[in-house]
Design a binder for this molecule. Structure first.
Ligand code: PLP
Length: 392
């Protein structure tokens, strides 16, 4: 029996494979320091747990509307709108099972086979996977290192656009490299989107994972609301990665199709989890602040040890919970030629487990430096110090 040809185009999040290698290494009795997954070792806040529990006890366990329960859509419209300085109608909000489905549904709605979509590389690997799986032309745009992080290579991005290009995926507060746009960079992306009449998927998964100042959304710039779909998720901010709750904020006609896709794909997002989402948005926010404070200390510990290792360097990021050090010279000094060899050596000799540049987009053609990604969201400060001490 045959299977679909398009399966050959399906990628994945290979960080889950790294997690599996680390788990196997640990099962053999070895110490493992987990820096590989962007998951959080923080509990859900008690009032969110209580709200979910109460919703189950109150019988909120049956089907509910495909685009989400009206109470949650209203709460999301209010919270997302206020934090971004835009007005959002609840009809523009479509609740989803986490942020990830917004990527696929966005592409399903705006892209035909053969159309081009720009996306960051290195970047969240599902962009590339889904563009190619759905028959689109994946157009990676790249970053260049700067004194304090990374910037989008706007000339390269612009040069990749042709008359078949329909959208840009833009992930400010970026995974894996923690890049943040300056005002000028965000405005330049918006200007390009308007000049070439492109849709924008603004992946705002880390919008509130910022250590000082306030994030800004490209959707708030003039002329952008009507061409932007915001990806929002409860996963990171509220440590709810396994609860699977997020939403798209989209122009009404796009929201309506996304809602029909929900009905086709999963009927609805888990009913009682949506009530927990309302509690998360409207309840006390102290846990978010406490978590960010702990994460900030972990970031500082991670960066300071990495920068003390000969041949490794990283700028201290202002957001997300990833660092993306350049390890080119460290690899050369050890005579290690490939990133996969480097990460295996690190795991087997020190127990430190991490992803590398190779896990964030198949196209490597623009890059001559070697980077690894350390996620400090799932490992305590003592283990950071101990593990990275061994790596040093
Ligand atoms: N977008 C980016 C940039 C991410 O890093 C992630 C998760 O790591 C997601 C989207 C998906 O988040 P969720 O767990 O809510 O599906």
């Amino acid at each position: 029996m045959k299977t679909a040809q398009r399966l050959g185009n399906l990628g994945t999040e290979t960080s889950f494979r790294v997690a599996q290698d680390a788990a196997e290494w640990k099962a053999r009795g070895n110490e493992v320091y987990p820096f590989h997954l962007g998951d959080l070792n923080f509990p859900m806040a008690p009032h969110i747990v209580e709200a979910m529990d109460k919703a189950i006890r109150d019988g909120k366990t049956g089907y509910c509307p495909g685009p989400g329960i009206p109470e949650l859509r209203a709460a999301l419209a209010d919270d997302i709108g206020k934090r971004r300085g835009v007005t959002i109608d609840p009809a523009e909000v479509v609740v989803t099972t986490g942020g990830k489905p917004v990527i696929t549904k966005f592409l399903q709605v705006v892209m035909d086979p053969g159309d081009g979509v720009l996306y960051p590389s290195p970047g969240f690997p599902i962009y590339e996977s889904q563009i190619e799986y759905l028959g689109g032309n994946a157009l990676p745009y790249r970053y260049v290192p700067t004194a304090d992080g990374f910037a989008i290579d706007l000339d390269h991005l612009r040069a990749s656009i042709d008359d078949k290009t329909v959208a840009i995926i833009y992930n400010d507060l970026q995974n894996p490299i923690s890049a943040e746009s300056t005002e000028a960079e965000r405005e330049a992306i918006a200007a390009i989107a308007q000049e070439f009449d492109l849709w924008v998927l603004s992946d705002e998964a880390y919008f509130e994972m910022r250590y000082k100042g306030r994030s800004k959304s490209i959707a708030a710039l003039e002329g952008m609301r009507e061409r932007t779909v915001i990806l929002y998720t409860f996963s990171k901010k509220f440590a709810m990665t396994g609860s699977r709750l997020g939403c798209a904020v989209a122009p009404r006609e796009i929201a309506e199709v996304m809602s029909t896709l929900n009905t086709n794909d999963e009927s609805c997002t888990t009913h009682y989890v949506q009530w927990a989402g309302i509690a998360a948005l409207q309840g006390p926010q102290d846990e978010v602040g406490r978590m960010l404070e702990v994460l900030r200390k972990r970031r500082d510990a991670t960066c300071s040890i990495i920068n003390s290792i000969p041949g490794m360097s990283v700028a201290v990021p202002g957001s997300t919970f990833y660092v993306f050090p350049d390890v080119t010279e460290a690899m050369e000094a050890k005579g290690i030629a490939t990133l996969s060899e480097f990460s295996t050596e690190a795991l087997h000799n020190t127990g430190v487990s991490f992803c590398t540049r190779e896990h964030f987009g198949r196209r490597q053609d623009w890059e001559d430096r070697s980077y690894i990604r350390l996620a400090y969201s799932g490992i305590g400060e003592n283990d950071i110090t101990e593990g990275l001490g061994k790596l040093r």
